[in-house]
Write a protein that binds this ligand. Structure first.
Ligand code: HEM
Length: 409
């Protein structure tokens, strides 16, 4: 069965050929709506995968006990195995089911929930955004579009580092290593991964884990989240410091692409929307009363992106046992593309926001991610850059799961 469907709402625009093409399409949402309505679950022969679309099918797959986050017996991609990046990858909650996941995930989620959004935290996030602006300029020079492309990846990593308590002198190198590690993860899934990219990823994994060891020891700012996290872990016999260390690094890699999508798609939305159209209202459902008008506007924009142009458009599940899903018989080893962007997300903060996933592997970083991204969007709003000339395009980074607006040619 083919998953090419006519674009009913925009007949002049050719519809995506399949849900992977849809990620970088200029307007994939009519296609997603048609998919969810007409073919919520089926096999796409062109992709060699089952495709789940619409809220019922997504929930069934994401909650199904036979569906794992990695192929059975292959937690680590073969191209990354036998090296520091593989050791790191194998310890991530994101990549494990069962006991390895069950022990660490709730602990990590509780720790992330302890991140405070007080005045001090916002000031640190704003400092980090300024530092990211300055470093994007150093890295890319005058070209505004290239600087924006750099900023959207850099700022969330600096922001998370600042919020957790990583000293400012380390933000640039932490970002560079996170960038290399994410590149190696992406390459490891390709048929012929680039050996240099993989080697840089292994080096970056070693460097980040050494840093994380020092953060948990005494290198993080006094009174910071990292210091509190180290204390909580020391009191808890169930926490393995090696696994905690890997998952701390994992927070940064999770932030890199997904938060970049929130910031970049927010900036594109800003470029296309007159400020007065979005400056009021409360579609994020967050309590925004204590924020400046600029920050409220940025929070609104990020909330709209989460609902209407979400960064994580799909995820995958792998059958660990035969199962019947949506009335179809699936075999062990089958793969399901879970099209998160095909289901509508509600406006309130406790509504399901599908781009953050659902069920046991749902994202524990929704709230900090939204705050970090809003600070990034606010920094661009305040910079006075003429967005209409740089950000109103329709290109996206060429990625299979994440939709991230791209501003330079
Ligand atoms: C501060 C930034 C972020 C942090 C620290 C973070 C952290 C995490 C972690 C630790 C997981 C693994 C959970 C598990 O496997 O049990 C996860 C999963 C996930 N995150 Fe985030 N995340 C962040 C930002 C985002 C953003 C911005 C999005 C999307 C807009 C997102 C979407 C997801 C999704 C879809 C999953 C689940 C994937 C799946 O079930 O296959 N995350 N996140």
């Amino acid at each position: 069965m083919s998953f090419a469907l006519a674009n009913a709402a925009s007949p002049s625009l050719s519809a995506p050929a399949n849900p992977i093409d849809a990620v970088v399409h200029s307007d994939p949402y009519p296609y997603y709506a048609t998919l969810a309505e007409r073919r919520p679950f089926g096999f796409d022969a062109s992709l060699g995968m089952w495709v789940a679309a619409g809220p019922e099918a997504l929930a069934e797959v994401l909650r199904h006990p036979a569906c794992g986050v990695r192929p059975a017996g292959k937690v680590v991609p073969p191209a990354l195995a036998d090296g520091p990046a593989g050791n790191w990858f194998g310890a991530l909650v994101r990549m494990n089911d069962g006991a390895a996941h069950g022990a660490m995930k709730p602990w990590l989620a509780t720790r992330l929930a302890a991140l405070r959004t007080d005045r001090d935290a916002l000031a640190r996030l704003q400092d980090a955004a300024q530092a990211a602006c300055a470093d994007a300029y150093l890295a890319q020079g005058e070209a505004p579009a290239a600087r924006l492309d750099d900023f959207v990846f850099r700022q969330p990593v600096y922001g998370l580092a600042a919020w957790l308590g990583v000293p400012a002198a380390q933000w640039t190198e932490v970002y560079e290593d996170v960038h290399r590690l994410v590149a190696a993860m992406a390459d490891s899934g390709k048929p012929s991964p680039n050996a240099d990219v993989l080697a840089h990823g292994h080096h970056a994994a070693t460097a980040l884990r050494q840093r994380a060891t020092r953060w948990l020891d005494n290198d993080a700012a006094p009174g910071s989240w990292l210091r509190d996290t180290a204390r909580s872990a020391a009191r808890d016999d169930g926490i393995d410091f090696g696994v905690l260390n890997a998952n701390l690094v994992g927070l940064f890699t999770q932030t890199h692409d997904a938060c970049a999508g929130l910031v970049a798609n927010g900036i594109r939305r800003l470029a296309r929307t007159a400020p007065t159209d979005t400056a009021t209202g409360a579609s994020t459902g967050n309590s925004t009363g204590s924020f400046s008008p600029g920050m409220r506007h940025a929070i609104q924009i990020v909330g709209d992106v989460i609902r209407f142009d979400p960064p994580v458009q799909n995820t995958r599940r792998f059958l660990h046992a035969p199962a019947v899903i949506n009335g179809h018989k699936l075999s062990m080893g089958d793969v399901i593309l879970v099209v998160l962007a095909s289901a509508p997300s509600g406006p309130a903060s406790d509504d399901v926001a599908w781009t953050f996933g659902l069920g046991a592997h749902g994202c524990p970083g929704r709230s900090p991610a939204s705050t970090i991204a809003a600070v990034g969007v606010q920094a661009i709003l305040d910079s006075g850059v003429d967005l209409a000339t740089v950000a109103d395009g329709s290109a996206y980074h060429s990625l299979a799961n994440a939709r991230i607006a791209k501003f330079s040619a």
